[in-house]
Design a protein around this ligand. Structure first.
Ligand SMILES: [Zn+2]
Length: 387
């Protein structure tokens, strides 16, 4: 197996316990893994070497929440919202109609383009949900398409109750029966996770509980969308069930925060949503101070957050949510890995995958300090540059 020394690293972020951020560093890649990290002067001999010229090297972003399988866009809805129309969960139905009408090839090439866009911005692991099909056929094919791009696929049949064939409001109880029965059976072979949108206008806590239980019975791990638009029972449900992650967490009571800290369930914050819906941001400082494990993700989707950029989310988290630059970078790398129950990504420790980002800057601080600037100069996946 050939080894490569990466030198000229002004700042190396590894998240190892001893020295999580090191200046004047080097690292060794062997095959697709990290074999060594340390001070530049102590680097071992290797087959080849790459000099990154005084740049910072970070773990690749682990984007633990995205909805990339869809057709169409909702730019007009976004424009209307910016001039005063509030966001509501039902807008999802517009994307559902477009997604059902699209061919497999159209959906696949859209996902490929978005994943490439993510790569260019430093994302090396991405979770992708279904949830714009909402029929047995369309949920299963959405997940089969997502699986071509990642192992981290999530069945989100319980995204919203679809309208009936005549356009009438759907029947929530009958739809939950479908999601937990034939739709789950068709989706499960292509999914690692199961998710539900527990929110007013989507699914209540009892319905979400039924969906998660059905998924668990066929071996899917649970995660949940909760407490995005208002206070609700979703976060407490996620903690009670010991889910890996609960996502959004914008409206939290003290009891919600205490339950998150006790359970170890990761709170995934999605500030692209608050930016794009002009809602108040979640209070990351309150969560971190309480000892809650926090992740940052893009929630890339055509309705409420059509950004694929974790550098943008890091800048928002620092500017608007009370995180330090290091906390925000940690949440978007190691935090994202925690939210996917992965210990081989999101950190550059010995034995981890050599998935990394080279910044056109000397420090991770520049991600928030220079917002909107394309600072990712290279993305490496499995030990080699892919951009
Ligand atoms: Zn989402």
């Amino acid at each position: 197996m050939s080894s490569t020394l990466v030198t000229g690293i002004a700042e190396l972020v590894t998240w190892d316990d001893e020295q999580p951020v090191r200046t004047d560093a080097a690292l060794v890649v062997e095959g697709d893994r990290i074999a060594w990290t340390g001070p530049a002067h102590a680097a071992p001999a290797t087959d080849t070497a790459v000099d990154v010229g005084g740049r910072a090297v970070l773990p690749g972003w682990v984007d633990s929440h995205s909805h990339l399988v869809f057709a169409g866009d909702r730019a007009a809805e976004f424009e209307a919202r910016m001039t005063g129309t509030p966001y509501a969960a039902g807008g999802i139905r517009t994307t559902v109609a477009a997604t059902r009408a699209a061919t497999d090839e159209q959906l696949t090439s859209r996902v490929a383009a978005l994943v490439a866009e993510m790569r260019r911005q430093g994302t090396t692991t991405v979770e992708i949900k279904s949830g714009y099909g909402l029929t047995v056929r369309d949920e299963a094919r959405s997940l089969a398409i997502a699986r071509q791009f990642t192992q981290e696929t999530t069945f989100l049949g319980a995204h919203v109750v679809p309208a009936g064939p005549d356009g009438s409001p759907g029947d929530p109880a009958a739809y939950v029966e479908l999601v937990t029965g034939p739709m789950l059976a068709a989706a499960a072979p292509h999914a690692r996770w199961i998710d539900a949108f527990c929110e007013e206008g989507a699914f209540d806590a009892d319905q979400a509980r039924a969906v998660l239980a059905a998924g668990a019975a066929v071996g899917l791990r649970g995660r949940l969308h909760a407490n995005q638009l208002t206070y609700g029972d979703g976060v407490l449900l996620a903690c009670e069930l010991g889910l890996t992650a609960v996502d959004h967490c914008t409206y939290l009571t003290d009891a919600d925060v205490a339950a998150l800290a006790d359970s170890g369930t990761v709170a995934t914050l999605l500030p692209g949503v608050e930016f794009s819906t002009r809602q108040p941001y979640p209070d990351a400082r309150r969560l971190l101070d309480a000892g809650v494990r926090v992740a940052l993700a893009s929630d890339c989707n055509p309705g409420s957050s059509f950004t694929s950029s974790l550098p943008f989310c890091v800048a928002l988290a620092v500017r608007e949510m009370g995180m330090t630059p290091a906390e925000a970078v940690h949440a978007a790398t190691a935090g994202g890995a925690d939210a996917l129950d992965r210990d081989d990504v999101g950190r550059l420790t010995v034995g981890a995958r050599a998935d990394l980002v080279v910044l056109d800057a000397p420090s991770h601080r520049h991600l928030a300090y220079r917002p909107g600037v394309p600072l990712v100069s290279a993305t490496w996946v499995g030990g080699r540059p892919v951009t």
